[in-house]
Write a new protein. Structure first.
Length: 96
């Protein structure tokens, strides 16, 4: 299981593929850089006028572009101030 989210303004896209046909060998969800060509290819297959062959080609090429990014997980501790603890207790849990 995993979760995604953003603070502030962001566009999030997810790429899902059938593991049996996916050329990527990552064993878990992976954050990737999204250069302009990849960004365009993520939206391209959703175009309604696109033919089946062109859609399949775009879906195949898209797997050539993702490159993993290094991600650091930040430890979050409970606040010490009682007022801040009330706010933290009222907030939804942060996915880990």
């Amino acid at each position: 299981m995993h979760a995604t989210g953003a603070f502030g303004s962001a566009d999030l896209r997810s790429l899902y593929g059938d593991r049996a046909h996916c050329p990527l060998t990552w064993s878990r969800p992976t954050v990737v850089a999204v250069p302009a060509p990849l960004r365009e290819l993520l939206d391209h297959p959703a175009r309604p006028e696109l033919g089946a062959d062109a859609r399949l080609h775009a879906q195949t090429v898209v797997f050539d572009l993702p490159r993993p990014l290094s991600v650091k997980t930040l430890p979050i501790t409970e606040p010490e101030d009682p007022r801040a603890r009330l706010v933290a207790a009222a907030s939804p849990p942060i996915p880990r």
